[in-house]
Design a protein around this ligand. Structure first.
Ligand SMILES: Cc1ncc(COP(=O)(O)O)c(C=O)c1O
Length: 428
């Protein structure tokens, strides 16, 4: 292919695809409702566990279709509450995925339990249900699937294994507010689930989380952790007695007020994010050596993130390492003005697992209750490694409202140009 003036990559001195004066709005858009509700929270005097906290619980349970919800100060806390609620004890094993944010695995460790990582499917980047059964041991108590990048896991397959093997299921829906599995919202399939309200998420409270379940016993057991080990709801009469291990995982009134206000726009904002996601996907159709992200009618994204990957076969043919190719593409995209970055999160590769340095003295892996010979040898996670070596994601504010077609079309132009001229992308 001959290089024309307009196709010459910006990294090689050609023109930028995205104009320098392109306006990227920040996420989330702040509405008059946000301002009014946050100000009203400030002007009342229950700043710790206030009226917005209990209202957020009710409203989230209603929006998502859960019977019970506890409003926490993070998604990590909500995950840990789920682990504890499922009666997971020291040395018990929980099966989770190789690709996610750290907390999907460390929340297991927080309860002295052992994460067992199961590799992902290349196409979906989600836990591979076909590999779960081989990872089950006599110590396995639960599966913790992650709806990664906002795409639902194959919940029928996971719930079928769990039922047959007598395992609990804790859904990590921290990135997946409103993602649909076979038309039904995630966070309603497992025994309990966790959502995050961190700024990057489709529903933002600044920070925060929500623990949900339909089972009253799991609700009460999970909630005990958020309140110093006390068994009562924060708003009810307290006896200030620790009935078991407890943390301080409650949210407070200001972030709850912000999240409640944002919740009013969630359905609309999700629809716009999905529209942009689809526009990106259509616009990148046919780009050579570009693997587009997964989302189908049955496993349908909430538009949380748009993630592209170069085809590993191209790296092989060119004789370069996949991770080096990914880095070269990210630099070329940056030069074009496209805000995309590498996502390097292979869970078992974190030092906490490689060095087994959780609680000191080798605990919990050296604990008497733990099965001997737990290995985090990275050779077990070949698909996950290929995914992290190739994943390039569009920064969250680029395709979410109030950004839209203008920003998305600029991204498409830049990405197409880089992939159309992939042979020209410098790779170290
Ligand atoms: C998949 C996943 N799990 C868990 C978490 C933890 O949520 P938080 O940051 O609210 O603790 C996050 C958010 O970063 C996440 O993306």
């Amino acid at each position: 292919m001959t290089t024309t003036a307009s196709s010459k990559l910006a990294i090689k001195g050609g023109p930028r695809s995205v104009p320098t004066d392109m306006k990227w709005e920040v996420w989330p858009p702040i509405t008059a409702d946000d301002e009014a509700m946050v100000l009203a929270s400030l002007r009342q005097n229950a700043h710790a566990w206030g009226p917005n906290c209990t209202a957020l619980q009710d409203e989230w349970a209603a929006w998502n279709g859960n019977k019970f919800c506890a409003a926490t100060n993070s998604g990590t806390a909500a995950l840990h509450m789920g682990v504890a609620a499922c009666d997971i004890g020291a040395g018990d094993e929980i099966i989770t995925t190789t690709l996610s944010w750290t907390s999907s695995a460390t929340s297991i460790l927080h309860h002295n339990a052992i994460p067992i990582f199961v590799d992902v499917e290349w196409r979906t980047m989600l836990i591979d249900p076909a590999k779960i059964e081989a990872a089950i041991s006599p110590k396995t108590k639960a599966i913790l699937p992650v709806h990664y990048w906002g795409v639902p896991c194959d919940m029928d397959a996971i719930m079928d294994i769990a039922k047959r093997k007598g395992l609990m299921v804790i859904e990590d829906a921290c990135q997946a507010h409103g993602s649909l599995y076979k038309g039904k919202k995630v966070g309603t399939f497992g025994h309990c689930s966790a959502f995050s309200l961190n700024q990057n998420k489709n529903l933002c409270g600044g920070e925060g989380g929500m623990y949900v379940t339909d089972n009253e016993e799991l609700y009460v057991k999970g909630r005990a952790l958020m309140n110093f080990g006390e068994m009562r709801a924060p708003e009810s009469k307290r006896d200030f007695h620790a009935y078991g291990m407890g943390w301080m995982y409650r949210t407070s009134d200001l972030p709850a007020a912000f999240a409640r206000a944002q919740l009013k726009s969630l359905t609309k904002n999700n629809a716009t994010a999905v529209e942009s996601w689809n526009r990106l996907d259509k616009g990148l159709e046919g780009s050579p050596n570009l693997v587009r992200p997964f989302s189908t009618k049955d496993q349908s994204t909430n538009g949380y993130a748009y993630v592209i990957r170069p085809d590993p076969a191209y790296a092989k043919k060119r004789g370069v390492k996949l991770g080096a190719l990914r880095d070269g593409i990210v630099s070329a995209l940056a030069a074009e003005g496209v805000p995309m970055g590498a996502a390097r999160w292979l869970l078992p590769a974190h030092t906490v697992f490689q060095a087994k340095n959780g609680y000191g003295h080798g605990c919990p892996w050296s604990c008497d209750f733990t099965r001997a010979g737990i290995s985090y040898d990275l050779d077990q996670y070949k698909v996950g490694i290929d995914c992290v070596d190739s994943c390039i994601w569009l920064s969250v504010n680029s395709h979410r409202p109030p950004n839209g077609a203008t920003q998305v079309d600029a991204v498409i132009k830049g990405v197409r140009k880089v992939f159309d001229n992939l042979d020209e992308v410098p790779v170290a």
